[in-house]
Ligand binder design. Sequence first.
Ligand SMILES: Nc1ccn([C@@H]2O[C@H](COP(=O)(O)O)[C@@H](O)[C@H]2O)c(=O)n1
Ligand SMILES: C[C@@]1(CO)OP(=O)(O)OP(=O)(O)OC[C@H]1O
Length: 157
Amino acid sequence: MRVGMGYDVHKLTENRDLILGGVNIPWEKGLLGHSDADVLIHAVMDALLGAAALGDIGKHFPDTDPAYKGISSVKLLTHVMELLRQHHFAVGNVDAVIIAQKPKMAPHIPQMRKNLVQAMGVEEDRINIKATTEEGLGFTGRGEGIASQAICLLEEV
Ligand SMILES: Nc1ccn([C@@H]2O[C@H](COP(=O)(O)O)[C@@H](O)[C@H]2O)c(=O)n1
Ligand SMILES: C[C@@]1(CO)OP(=O)(O)OP(=O)(O)OC[C@H]1O
């Protein structure tokens, strides 16, 4: 068994969609990035790549490559899963947290979970997504950005 962790941050800005776990969440600001800036999926991918000792998302999907401009992170996640299969890894479980003062994530988490389950081709009970505020403290508390952390277990198959 192999364990991996992932962490990512994106800045909140006007005139961008807020996409988390493949869900477009209605909100006054969205996350800035070369891709769709889905910070949750980025943390999950880094956890998966880390557990497999395959580097990180910047290595596989450089932010200097126009091929990834505006790309859906769900699509990048399916690519990471293919890499894991090629290296004979299966997902034991993933647990992730979105760190955001606002908006309320809870109503959107079931759909995020479904999106990850579908993209990863795993059973629903292997994926958990949570959200927390940082009680108004720091950059997430001030609404300047959203962070996410993920941890995963991989099994060699
Ligand atoms: N953006 C968020 C943040 C939190 N939640 C939910 O609220 C619960 C309480 O959050 P605290 O930061 O006050 O501990 C948390 O457990 C989440 O269920 C949310 O939906 N969206
Ligand atoms: C996802 C990628 C894809 O080019 O771009 P960004 O959306 O900028 O995201 P970040 O987490 O800063 O970097 C990783 C890149 O691989």
